[in-house]
Ligand binder design. Structure first.
Ligand code: PAN
Ligand code: ZN
Length: 187
C-alpha cells in the first residue's frame, strides 16, 4: 500500500478550495433584488457587480444523510445606500441542522435570527468561530473595506430555505452611520 497525495486542496490564507469536489459560484447585485432596504440606491447601481462568491466542497450528493459539506464565502466590500453588502441569508430546509462558520480575513457581522424573528449579531474577524445552532437563520455582512472571507461546514442534508427571508428579511439591518457599522431595526 502507498500513501496517496490528497487531491483536494484548501488554501489556509485565502480559503480557496480546489480538487474534484470543489465548485465556485457568484452572486451579482442583480440577483439580490429586494434584499437591500434602499430600492432607489439599488436601481442606480451596476447589476453586474459581484457581491459575493462561494467556493463549495461537496464530496457527496446534496441531501445525503450523515455527510458534510465545506465552503468558503467571500463577501466583497460595498454598500447599497448605507447598508453593507451581505449574503441573502437562509434557514436550513432541515431546520434542526447546525453549521460552523469561522473568520478567515476581513471584518464583518454574522446576523442570526430565530423563528420568532429575534436577532443576535456576532462580530466576524480572522480567527472568530461561530456555532450556528439548528432553527437559526444566518446572514454574513461585510462591514470592512476589504473582502470578508468566512469558512463554513454544514451537513449535506441541511438544504437551504431562502423563502421566508426573501419575503420578510431579517429583523435587523447592518448600516453605516458616521463611518461606523451599527444595527438598526428593520420595518
Ligand atoms: C453558506 C452560505 C453562503 C452564501 O455556505 O450558503 O455564505 O449565503 P446564502 O446561501 O445565504 O446566499 C451556508 O450557510 N451554507 O449552509
Ligand atoms: Zn447555512
Amino acid at each position: 500500500m502507498t500513501i496517496k497525495e490528497a487531491g483536494e486542496r484548501y488554501n489556509l490564507q485565502t480559503g480557496e478550495l480546489s480538487g474534484q469536489y470543489a465548485s465556485h459560484s457568484q452572486k451579482k447585485l442583480s440577483q439580490l433584488a429586494g434584499v437591500f432596504a434602499d430600492a432607489e440606491a439599488f436601481s442606480a447601481m451596476d447589476g453586474e457587480q459581484p457581491v459575493y462568491e462561494v467556493d463549495a466542497h461537496m464530496a457527496v450528493e446534496e441531501g445525503t444523510s450523515g455527510g458534510l459539506f465545506f465552503g468558503t464565502s467571500t463577501i466583497h466590500p460595498g454598500r447599497v445606500g448605507n447598508e453593507y453588502f451581505m449574503t441573502k441569508g437562509h434557514f436550513h430546509q432541515k431546520r434542526e441542522t447546525a453549521e460552523y462558520y469561522w473568520g478567515i480575513s476581513g471584518e464583518g457581522v454574522l446576523l442570526l435570527m430565530d423563528k420568532n424573528r429575534r436577532c443576535t449579531a456576532e462580530k466576524v474577524e480572522k480567527g472568530s468561530l461561530h456555532y450556528i445552532g439548528g432553527h437559526i437563520a444566518h446572514r454574513l455582512v461585510n462591514t470592512g473595506d476589504t473582502d470578508l472571507v468566512v469558512g463554513a461546514c454544514w451537513p449535506s442534508d441541511a438544504g437551504h430555505d431562502y423563502g421566508s427571508i426573501e419575503t420578510a428579511g431579517f429583523s435587523i439591518r447592518v448600516v453605516c452611520e458616521d463611518g461606523k457599522a451599527v444595527l438598526r431595526e428593520s420595518r
